[in-house]
Write a protein that binds this ligand. Structure first.
Ligand SMILES: Cc1cc2nc3c(=O)[nH]c(=O)nc-3n(C[C@H](O)[C@H](O)[C@H](O)COP(=O)(O)OP(=O)(O)OC[C@H]3O[C@@H](n4cnc5c(N)ncnc54)[C@H](O)[C@@H]3O)c2cc1C
Ligand SMILES: Cc1cc2nc3c(=O)[nH]c(=O)nc-3n(C[C@H](O)[C@H](O)[C@H](O)COP(=O)(O)O)c2cc1C
Length: 563
């Protein structure tokens, strides 16, 4: 008799969170479940897992997330044992803004089937609003689960993640609750994992936190310098840094007040006791509403305030997508038990930031270039969790839990090769690193930079460095697009087209094109302009221009790091 094995491949916790929720639902239905980080599965043991639910995101350019790579490579290798005893279903997470939508989920699904596994529920491909699709998948999984050999739960045994995962690192003792730990950051950490990895983040000390924009600008971009001297982290230009943020203390205070919970109330998580306040500061997403929160409030509310919402799936999804936890709890004003409340909050995900320094120039430091997110919603100002944590609540001496997210292909090419870097806004970050690296190495290849933002006078990030490199010849060409300095909007793609003849000559001479920054608009417009330049200045037909760009991609000469 065996349990159902839920395997997750994740980079930013969405799949892990869905794995946990899938486990909760299956446990409630009476099944025995084990959750596994794909990294913790011995690939050779995979064939013996029996019933497998595989939940995975896709990262990079259609690649597996890093914790899925070993299992992925093992299964994709030519000679593989048959998986005839395996019964499986795949839930892929992705984003239709990327060309290779849910590719990793699709690859696993096809390969497990090819190797003889039996697909008992069809794969789903979830876009960024994954709730509905995941729920649909869960329903088909519950209907289709093979009932022959699955162990029903023994409720005397502690099931789920805690049986598989180790306990939280207790590097900080909390003074507020006797014998308890402060959960340093979100996630379940393993002290045995290499330091500076997602499973064992490094507490880096902030050296500097400065505003790169003029104080009168509509934008705020922070230059954050971190000391990594003692970490033994070896990074490369092009890598990103994962930051475990801490939630806004004032927001946590307001939420706790609204649900009638004392901040020092003890709650249990991963076999440890914490104060609810610490859990909410470090470990829980206190922005996004999960349906379980609406259900909890409904159970404790007087009357049937939430009945209509809970009975209308679409309305509930819309509501959860448009409101934050604070909106719901302040409107409801319902007292709930602390432990139950905690269970309705999702894990707080780390955020990634492109590293804007080169180890050649700063071997003991990592620099980040962080756009501070603040926006109005329902007539009140909201704050991006990580960007405002870094901007407002860090400064010299403050420790931040970080890990290195290695890039697989967004790497600086050989010194003699010409490069074109297109990075408006914070997209400039990795290119500052590339330029520092080329300067330190005395690289002979030419470098062309496209940068842009709102106003030249207020939003020219790293102005002195870029102009200095332009003067010294490290930057052969610097093209700047200031969208609001004239009546009509000017963006980097306009500058590319304006210089289309030269752009094509660089391509023809073997230049590598790098794009970094906004995926929703900028990267798409840049892509279209690239095709247009190849057609108009290279004399290619539409189809041939597409083939030219595909060739650039497969030659590693068109690399994107967009988010
Ligand atoms: C590989 C990679 C590299 C990255 N590099 C950088 C970098 O170098 N610099 C950088 O600044 N960022 C970078 N990012 C983005 C970064 O990871 C964070 O996503 C970003 O800082 C926002 O995080 P946050 O916690 O501040 O905001 P969150 O708390 O995560 O809030 C973001 C959410 O707020 C909501 N939202 C935003 N605006 C509005 C609005 N106007 N109305 C309603 N809702 C809204 C949306 O739901 C959005 O998803 C990178 C991301 C990736 C994946
Ligand atoms: C840098 C980056 C690259 C991505 N690449 C892809 C991709 O190629 N295809 C895709 O479908 N989704 C892609 N995504 C979207 C993620 O798969 C999606 O956000 C998913 O919900 C993340 O789940 P996770 O938190 O479990 O990793 C990418 C996201 C980022 C930030």
């Amino acid at each position: 008799m065996s349990a159902i094995h839920i395997l997750y491949g994740t980079e930013t916790y969405n799949s892990e969170s869905l794995a946990q929720r899938t486990s909760d639902a299956l446990s409630q239905a009476g099944y025995s479940v084990e959750i596994w980080d794909m990294d913790d599965i011995e690939p050779e043991a995979f064939a013996q897992l029996g019933v497998v639910l595989l939940i995975t995101s896709t990262f990079g350019d259609g690649e597996p997330p890093s914790n899925a790579q070993v299992l992925y490579d093992y299964l994709m290798a030519e000679e593989r044992a048959q998986l005839t005893g395996l019964q499986f279903s795949v839930c892929g997470l992705g984003d239709t803004d990327y060309e290779h939508f849910c590719q990793c989920g699709k690859d696993f699904d096809a390969r497990l089937h090819d190797l003889g596994g039996s697909r008992f529920a069809p794969r789903v491909d979830c876009d960024t609003d994954y709730e509905d699709t995941w729920e649909h998948w869960l329903e088909t999984v519950l209907q289709g689960l093979p009932n022959t050999d699955i162990q029903l739960a023994d409720y005397s045994v502690d099931m789920g993640a805690s049986g598989v995962l180790d306990s939280v690192v207790d590097r900080h003792a909390s003074g507020s609750l006797s014998g308890s730990n402060k959960p340093v950051a979100s996630g379940v950490f393993r002290p045995s994992a290499p330091i500076g990895t997602r499973k064992n983040p490094y507490l880096a000390t902030v050296l500097a936190n400065t505003n790169l924009n003029h104080s009168a600008s509509d934008k705020e971009t922070r230059h954050i310098a971190l000391n990594i001297e003692a970490a033994g982290i070896e990074y490369r230009a092009g890598d990103a840094l994962g930051v475990f943020p801490r939630n806004c203390p004032d927001l946590v205070r307001r939420i706790l007040k609204a649900v009638g919970i004392e901040r020092d109330e003890a709650v249990r998580a991963d076999d440890n006791w914490y104060t609810i306040r610490d859990m909410m500061l470090y470990r829980k997403d206190v922005m996004q509403i999960d349906r379980r929160l609406v259900e909890l409030l409904s159970r404790h509310a007087v009357g049937d305030a939430f009945g209509a919402l809970l009975n209308d799936k679409k309305a509930l999804l819309d509501y959860c997508g448009q409101q934050h936890v604070i909106d719901l709890v302040e409107a409801a004003r319902v007292r709930v038990p602390a432990q139950d409340f905690l269970a309705t909050l999702r894990p707080l995900a780390p955020r990634l930031y492109s590293i804007s320094s080169s180890p050649e120039a700063y071997p003991n430091e990592i620099h980040l270039t962080v756009n501070v997110l603040r926006y109005a919603l329902h007539d009140s100002m909201r704050k991006g969790v990580a960007s405002t944590f870094l901007a407002e609540r860090t400064g010299p001496g403050v420790e931040v839990a970080v890990y290195l997210q290695r890039t697989r292909n967004f790497l600086l090419c050989a010194d003699h090769v010409p490069i074109i870097m297109i990075g408006p806004g914070t997209g400039i970050a990795p290119f500052r690193a590339f330029l520092q690296e080329r300067e330190a190495r005395g690289a002979s290849g030419q470098s062309w930079v496209f940068f842009g933002s709102l106003h030249q006078s207020m939003d020219f990030l790293y102005r002195d460095e870029l102009l200095g490199w332009d003067r010294d010849g490290l930057i052969a060409r610097l093209d700047l697009a200031w969208s609001r300095d004239q009546a009509h909007k000017v963006y980097v793609q306009h500058k590319m087209y304006e210089n289309g003849a030269a752009f094509y000559r660089w391509l023809d001479a073997g230049a590598v094109v790098y794009v970094c920054g906004d995926k929703t608009k900028m990267a798409k417009d840049v892509h279209k302009t690239l095709l247009r330049i190849i057609q108009e200045f290279g004399g290619y037909s539409r189809d041939d221009a597409h083939a030219y760009v595909s060739q650039l991609e497969s030659d590693g000469r068109y690399l994107r790091d967009v988010y």
